[in-house]
Design a protein around this ligand. Structure first.
Ligand SMILES: O=C(O)CCC(=O)C(=O)O
Ligand SMILES: [Fe+2]
Length: 315
């Protein structure tokens, strides 16, 4: 970015700040306030740019030097996805023997991948993590909540995950989450890892996604169920309790996937032994994002679990 563009950026920020200052402030008070805000904004901008630069450097090192031990994993066409699921999606109609909704909660499970393939994927992840250690590269963790695991998009899985979104998640979304407006136009794909000496659980949260695909890859473990506690719109996310009929505990099974709305509140229960690795694909939709936030107003949409309660109580 040129110096001139910096000025434009700074100018726009200043205009935004000054537009909202109380009109009875003296010039001196205004100047002091604006200078302070500007100083911390500049620091933040420098920090963001530094972070962006070091991330670019990290990604380009991986692109240049990392050589996969199982290249076939990176090609969606070579993923041995459950044939029945693929046939169902080709037919374009839901078959509850293949994709099973759990107790009308809006969480759907299906058999997805053979366990042998899941193990090859786990081996590749371990290989990449070791390669990073050997080359002095610090891993980026999947998100602000998980301390272990890796971001798959960082080491070559971007295209393959994009194909999974387009060929699996989006067609499924059209069948089961009809209020989510396609296309699912971006994603964040990562591995979460739990073990007794690492993260054991994940707190109650919603995902930064319209729809999430969660695939259990392994290994041997007990505990670690996925608890769901109701779909909520932005207005009702943190101030409404789950109803009993919304609460489910999903047991993970290696090779099995579940799909749920990003704003379906959930947590991972503590594992009680072993090690669990799951592939998580957060799928986003720019179209849905606007609807999800009610185009900026606070009305509760029909798909919110709390909205349905209000409706029922009205009757
Ligand atoms: O641990 C899991 O299976 C779920 C992880 C999860 O919810 C997330 O990373 O957003
Ligand atoms: Fe999540």
């Amino acid at each position: 970015m040129s110096e001139n563009e910096h000025d434009v950026e700074e100018q726009a920020f200043l205009e935004e700040v000054t537009a909202h200052l109380p009109s009875d402030w003296s010039d001196e008070r205004r100047n002091t306030y604006v200078q302070n805000v500007l100083t911390s904004w500049r620091k933040h901008r420098t920090h963001s740019r530094d972070e962006l630069q070091s991330r670019e450097k990290y990604l380009s090192t991986i692109r240049q030097y990392f050589k996969s031990q199982s290249p076939e994993l990176y090609d969606f066409k070579q993923w041995p996805i459950n044939e029945n699921l693929l046939a169902m999606l080709a037919r374009g109609s839901l078959d509850s023997d293949i994709v099973n909704q759990i107790q009308s909660t809006g969480v759907y499970t299906f058999s997805f991948l053979p366990t042998t393939f899941c193990q090859t994927l786990i081996n590749e992840i371990a290989y990449f993590e070791q390669w990073c250690v050997d080359n002095g590269l610090e891993l980026y963790r999947p998100n602000s909540m998980n301390k272990y695991g890796v971001i798959l998009d960082h080491f070559g899985f971007d295209k393959c995950l994009n194909d999974i979104v387009n060929n699996i998640v989006e067609p499924l979304t059209r069948l089961v989450f009809t209020h989510v407006i396609p296309p699912l136009d971006s994603h964040h794909g990562f591995i979460v890892e739990y073990a007794m000496d690492k993260d054991r659980k994940l707190d109650f949260h919603v995902d930064d996604a319209a729809v999430t695909l969660n695939v259990c890859l392994g290994t041997d473990f007990t505990g670690g169920q996925l608890y769901f506690g109701g779909v909520r719109c932005v207005s009702h996310i943190s101030n409404t309790k789950p109803r009993t009929d919304e609460e489910i505990y999903l047991e993970h099974q290696v090779g099995t996937a579940c799909i749920h709305l990003g704003n379906h509140r959930h947590r991972a229960m503590p594992i009680t032994s072993g090690r669990r690795l799951n592939l998580i694909l957060w799928c986003r939709s720019a179209n849905f994002y606007a609807v999800e936030n009610n185009h900026g107003n606070n009305t509760c949409p029909t798909w919110c679990g709390f909205h349905q309660i209000e409706k029922k109580e009205d009757i």
